[in-house]
Design a protein around this ligand. Structure first.
Ligand code: C5J
Length: 232
């Protein structure tokens, strides 16, 4: 079985049962001029995950891996947004309010959609989620199980919030998760560092950590004919 150099040890994967999961690469989190920046965050820390994620996305498309994209957000009437989430932060401009790129975290708004570089293609399911975890109140588990998916390669934002929550949920549902450290990002460098350490600690308590270069090399190897098969 192909394997990726990773920590705490190599991650074995079968491309037929592996999906790429791209979490919440939305304009309002990642792009300059969006909600994240309006809150005072340095979005360049998130933006730098876009080019390596694009390389991974393109390679996974070429290799025929199953690809799923998630978006955090709510119905326009906010009926699926818990009052506690709505109130949290005591923000003067928060969920449902008019932000720089449309109503914040509301489905159908410009800022809620994916950054230009990582727009899904037909055949790549988009999972709209009301929470931080991608499995909570969504059909993601059904979509993955229906395809026989057992392993997830994870990219997205933010490392300590939606990526972490999703990886923990996936782990409890029996999926093996490989998180690519240059394809996930946080507004807080210390959370990025510790968030990744937490995933791979204790023998990989929530999963494995590698990076886009090591994953792309493994995908390339998996696509190349094995020496023993040549000349048969
Ligand atoms: C947050 C996310 N941080 N996608 N969302 O609110 O991590």
């Amino acid at each position: 079985m192909p394997s990726v150099a990773a920590e705490p040890y190599e991650f074995e994967f079968d491309p037929r049962t592996t999906a790429l999961l791209v979490i919440d690469m939305q304009r309002d989190f990642v792009d300059p001029g969006g909600f994240g920046e309006a809150l005072g965050n340095d979005v360049s820390l998130l933006r730098k995950a876009v080019p390596p994620t694009k390389r991974v996305l393109d390679a996974c498309r070429a290799a025929g891996l199953f690809i799923v994209h998630t978006r955090e957000g709510h119905r326009p009437d906010l009926s699926d947004c818990p009052p506690a989430k709505l109130a949290r932060g005591r923000l003067s401009c928060g969920i449902g309010d008019n932000g720089p790129m449309g109503r914040i975290l509301v489905r159908g708004e410009y800022g809620h959609d994916f950054v230009d570089e990582l727009q899904p293609r037909p055949g790549e399911p988009v999972v709209d989620k009301p929470g931080k975890g991608s499995f909570y109140a969504t059909d993601l588990d059904t979509i993955l199980k229906n395809r026989g998916i057992k392993q997830l390669v994870v990219c997205g934002v933010t490392t300590e919030v939606c990526v972490h929550t999703t990886v923990r949920e996936a782990n409890d549902r029996g999926y093996d998760c490989l998180v690519l450290e240059d394809c996930v990002a946080s507004y807080f460098p210390e959370f990025q560092e510790v968030g990744l350490k937490m995933i791979k600690a204790q023998g990989g308590i929530f999963g494995w950590v590698s990076d886009s270069s090591r994953f792309l090399a493994a995908l390339q190897d998996a696509a190349s004919p094995q020496p023993s098969a040549i000349g048969r």
